[in-house]
Design a protein around this ligand. Structure first.
Ligand SMILES: NC(=O)c1ccc[n+]([C@@H]2O[C@H](COP(=O)([O-])OP(=O)(O)OC[C@H]3O[C@@H](n4cnc5c(N)ncnc54)[C@H](O)[C@@H]3O)[C@@H](O)[C@H]2O)c1
Length: 280
């Protein structure tokens, strides 16, 4: 039976970013009430102004901070009386430019894990009792980097692989309670997160172009992710992959993973660019 989104209460982290905001709009159009959270109140206010005020709540929430997540959960119950869906979507990558494991700063590596891995754990752990109570859904934004070689993007790929397994494990644990958990796997999406590898930084732009075959390196707009997300929620799909061209790669990820490890290690130009990146 199809899950009905109308009148469901959805908490979104990273709600004012590219994928978060597009998803908020799509879920709202399907009748959901929104709890929008992110780091900046003014950005949240701007997004919320698009919606009827009785159907939306905004609150600054940092996913690295337990107290801030607990406060949002309490406020959600006070305003809406329940929480049906938690969309753990907040995520970051390198602040300015990409680094290798050798060249990165220890602190930046760990900050990415704090947000992308531990932030998801904290968001879900805090809200899970409410999700189970409403037989609702957990959706976690992982990435194709859950199974694609994370060269020059290691803390991000480590986190996305980690939250993929976290969500799969959770799904098996809560399905018997009537709730479900889904992994969202976006490919390349045109949002602020990817501006460096799409022209912002010529070196990493070139690396992306060389590192991925033509049909896999093209970006799609966040609205397509939002559309796939809603379709996935309606069917409680355990995996939501967009663009669809990544689905066969995902099925045969063992083989493709080995081949791409080999390709990256043998590609002379890519290996040269790696050294350029480390010394600049
Ligand atoms: N853009 C892509 O190509 C792509 C591909 C796969 C997965 N993703 C994932 O999609 C999710 C959304 O990313 P996006 O592409 O919309 O990027 P984005 O930069 O537009 O949005 C990310 C949002 O997360 C928020 N955020 C950052 N740190 C936070 C924290 N500590 N607490 C709460 N919020 C925080 C930011 O303020 C921002 O609004 C991320 O998890 C990202 O890793 C993106």
């Amino acid at each position: 039976m199809q899950y009905n989104i109308k009148d469901k209460v959805v908490l979104i982290t990273g709600a004012t970013g590219g994928i978060g905001a597009a998803s908020a709009r799509e879920l709202y159009n399907f009748g959901a009430n929104l709890v929008l959270t992110d780091l900046s109140q003014s950005s949240l206010d701007q997004l919320a102004s698009e919606f009827e005020s009785h159907r939306v709540m905004t609150k600054v929430m940092d996913v690295t901070n337990w107290d801030s997540i607990r406060e949002v959960k309490e406020l959600t119950i006070t305003k809406f009386g329940k929480l049906d869906i938690v969309f753990a979507n907040a995520g970051i990558s390198w602040k300015n430019s990409a680094h290798t494991i050798l060249s990165c700063q220890e602190e930046e590596f760990e900050t990415i894990l704090e947000v992308d891995l531990m932030g998801v754990w904290r968001t879900i752990k805090t809200t899970l009792p409410e999700i189970i109570k409403s037989k609702g859904q957990v959706i976690v934004t992982s990435s194709i980097y859950a199974y694609t070689n994370g060269m020059c993007n290691a803390p991000y790929a480590v986190s996305k692989a980690g939250i993929e397994m976290f969500t799969r494990s959770l799904g098996a644990e809560i399905i018997g309670k009537g709730a479900s958990a889904s992994v969202l796997y976006p490919g390349w999406i045109t949002t602020p997160l990817t501006k460096n590898v799409f022209g912002g930084d010529p070196l990493t732009t070139k690396m992306r172009e060389l590192g991925f075959p033509g049909f896999l390196k093209k970006p799609i707009p966040p609205e397509k992710v939002a559309n796939a997300l809603v379709k996935g929620i309606l069917k409680r799909k355990p995996r939501i992959t967009i663009p669809y061209r990544w689905i066969p790669i995902q099925w045969f990820r063992g083989i493709f993973g080995n081949l791409s490890d080999l390709y990256l290690s043998k590609h002379k130009t890519l290996q040269k660019l790696l050294t350029d990146l480390e010394v600049r």
